[in-house]
Write a protein that binds this ligand. Sequence first.
Ligand SMILES: Cc1ncc(COP(=O)(O)O)c(C=O)c1O
Length: 512
Amino acid sequence: MSPGSLPHWSAARRDFDCLSVRNGVLHVEGMSTLDLADRFGTPLFVFSEAQLRENLRRFREAFAAGWPGPVDVLPAMKANTLLATRRLLSNEGAGADIYSPEELEGVLRTGVDPERVSVNGGGKPREHLRRCVEAGVRITVEDVHEIDVIQEVAAELNATAKIRFRVKPALPNLWRRTDFSLLSIPIDLGIQVYKSGIPPEYLREMGRKVLAMPNVELVGIHFHAGRHHPGLWYWEGMMVRLARLIGELSRAWGGWQPAEIDIGGGFASPRDPHNEEFPRSEFVLTALGYPFLVGLRGLGEKAYHSALSRILSVLTSHKDPKAPPAIEEYGRAVTTVLRRELPRNGIHIEGVRLQIEPGRAMYGDTGIHLAKVKTVKRQTSPIPYTWVLTDTTYFFLAGGVFEHNRHPFVFVADPDAPATQTADIVGHSCYADQIVLGARVPEVAAGDVVAFLEAGAYQESSASNFNSLPRPASVLVHGDDAELIKRAETIGDVYGRDVIPERLLIEEARQA
Ligand SMILES: Cc1ncc(COP(=O)(O)O)c(C=O)c1O
């Protein structure tokens, strides 16, 4: 692979990358992406089996290297709900973080070890809790009254429910800006306004109550804040405050000690696409520049549009993001702080099971999304602009839209072709559908295939059907072969749940 071929800002940080350029064409493992597009059609999600196995291995080893007890990796199912990729992880002995009753059913079908399944989510229905106790999974408690229902269903089943409290420590040490908001808001505030987790004032009483319950065992503590920032300082800051809170709870509960500590997910993936669509400079620039721009109308229409077009290129240009830390660096930072801070707060760490729930960092670089250029559309007046219109849509990359992702992309037949123009790479729904705004692209034409990288997490699992577009197929590459792991939707699937009441059909017939 030549270093200039792929968006490379993170390539140096790992030994294995499923993407490479061979004979001038982008490959996933040993498969040419051109062949994949020919064989399976576009749009298409493509996943690499080798990358997924490699990411799991690295997470395991990185955290085990610094931790005195067992380490479990519980990939977040919401990031990728495909049963084939999930089965692969279950075969490898990975656990799972799941959120809904439906995700629980999905993961249980893949032969996962139930003891390694963390069931998150607020407002869990009684039937779901009953199923959790029956299946023997870990219930991550989010609501104050959940413990009473768990005790009831566990007693009915004559079983012991193993639970953890999902906590939400105060984090005034994390005052820097969260990436989850376009506004300048401290991470601490971002975490506080997120609905998940038990508010601190209930924890002491809930713990005392649970410790006296005959059918419920409090085995640990859970904390997930998400990817507010990719930096190591963010993780170090969270771990300091988490350790302090666990120490306080232990003292309040008569010296209780956790057998398990689950620190959730939120590690950045290697070509971290998160939030690069709207850098802060753009926000500031538009806010300050807006009155000036509008004022330019006084110079006449031509001068106004010419000023707008000049400013546009500034607004839509982006720098390559900084490389996020490698998995090994995250592992070292987290375990170093926990090993130091937990004992300081009276918690014994020998034998404690440490769990992590990576979603984006587990799956992000395992998947790409292939699309074909339908047409290149240009205008020169009143403002020059170019669109590369593709046969996909950002409704198939919806998870990224919510997080303002800026996906790295590659025109697969000639990744080294020099960029000659600025264009928006757009999807074909009737929305603006800007997949990559202000992209620097080579000369491209209808039929060319483009790969959006870092599409393995949250994209396929959040795809929707706007404009009645059938959702694309997914394939799994294994060496120099690829297998279909989810077929594309048909028009029958798209309208399959619709019901036209009989009386409307009769009415239409009468008119005809
Ligand atoms: C409880 C829990 N664990 C893990 C994750 C995965 O987070 P990420 O994809 O940022 O690693 C999520 C995502 O929302 C979550 O809610």
